[in-house]
Design a protein around this ligand. Structure first.
Ligand code: PAF
Length: 291
């Protein structure tokens, strides 16, 4: 049997800084993909994008306590470091940064970020702590890795815009790139939390993307947003155990696009519950298709 491949790894910010400084001295650009591990094809597509646009790629794996509320799944979040390392090695990733909690939040750590704008509404309704935790850890990781380019999945579209806003507002010298969502054959967005779904829940989960795509097409075909949304919400409520939100928002700012005809690039976003699992997804909707 062939030995499992492992991605070179560091576990401290000092060791990380030594590697990155050497690369910088050698004139390499640095790409960065922050993750919480339990890697799947979606994450690997981010790594491949980072490799395409930079000379050296760091992937972090850190399950960030600051973005979980006490009732959420921090303790049970899937942790699969060995398998993750093998996947990263196979993808050609140059360095895995897997810090302990103390490396990110050392004793005395006293700063946390608050983001408005794209962080308002949607995910923040059910998870008010979430984007503060994400922005804080991502800013800290950016400070430790000092990447030229950071790559995030469009699956977490609101997170992508929040991180982009935060990096711009803090004048961080990093370009934030978004990569299209990877999907299963039935359209279900790949997610580390899909492992929570029972076979019956998994069948229902695939309906979310179909409902969102149909909604986007209705908007693109000229149906007013209010009517198209009402139809999608009725359908979603008949399939899922709860619908946290289904909304149409401006693709660049996440501002409300109003009840009428779509007149600018938009994003249709949703969060629903299947059993105990919360699914989020989003698709683009463009007024350009209307003749
Ligand atoms: O999307 C994620 O996996 C996390 O929210 C991130 C960006 C790694 C921050 O912990």
């Amino acid at each position: 049997m062939l030995p499992a491949l492992h991605c070179p790894a560091v576990h401290t910010a000092d060791a990380l800084a030594r590697e990155v400084s050497q690369w910088r001295a050698d004139g390499y650009t640095i790409g960065f993909v922050p993750t919480m591990g339990a890697l799947h094809e979606g994450h690997i597509s981010l790594v491949l994008k980072a490799m395409e646009v930079s000379d050296r790629v760091v992937v972090s794996i850190f399950v960030n306590p600051a973005q979980f509320a006490p009732h959420e799944d921090l303790a049970t979040y899937p942790r699969t470091l060995e398998a993750d390392s093998a996947l990263l090695a196979a993808a050609g990733c140059h360095l895995l940064y897997a810090p302990a909690v103390e490396e990110i939040y050392p004793e005395g750590f006293a700063t946390s970020l608050h983001v408005d704008g794209p962080a308002l509404g949607l995910e923040s309704e059910a998870r008010p702590h979430f984007f503060g935790g994400v922005a804080t850890v991502v800013a800290r990781l950016f400070g430790q890795v000092r990447p030229d380019i950071a790559v995030f999945g469009e699956k977490d579209y609101q997170q992508l815009l929040v991180v982009r806003r935060m990096a711009a507002d803090l004048a961080l010298p990093v370009k934030v790139l978004g990569v299209e969502t990877r999907r299963e054959a039935d359209g279900l967005a790949m997610s580390s939390r899909n492992v929570y779904l029972s076979p019956a829940e998994r069948m229902r989960a695939g309906r979310l993307n179909v409902i969102l795509r149909d909604l986007a097409h209705a908007l693109e075909d000229g149906e007013p947003a209010a009517a198209a949304l009402e139809h999608a919400r009725i359908l979603a409520n008949s399939v899922f155990d709860a619908v946290d939100y289904i909304e149409v928002r401006d693709a660049g700012t996440l501002a409300d696009t109003g009840p009428g005809l779509l007149n600018r690039p938009a994003r249709v976003l949703a969060a629903v519950r299947v059993g105990k699992t919360r699914l989020i997804d989003n698709v683009a909707a463009s007024p350009a298709r209307r003749g």
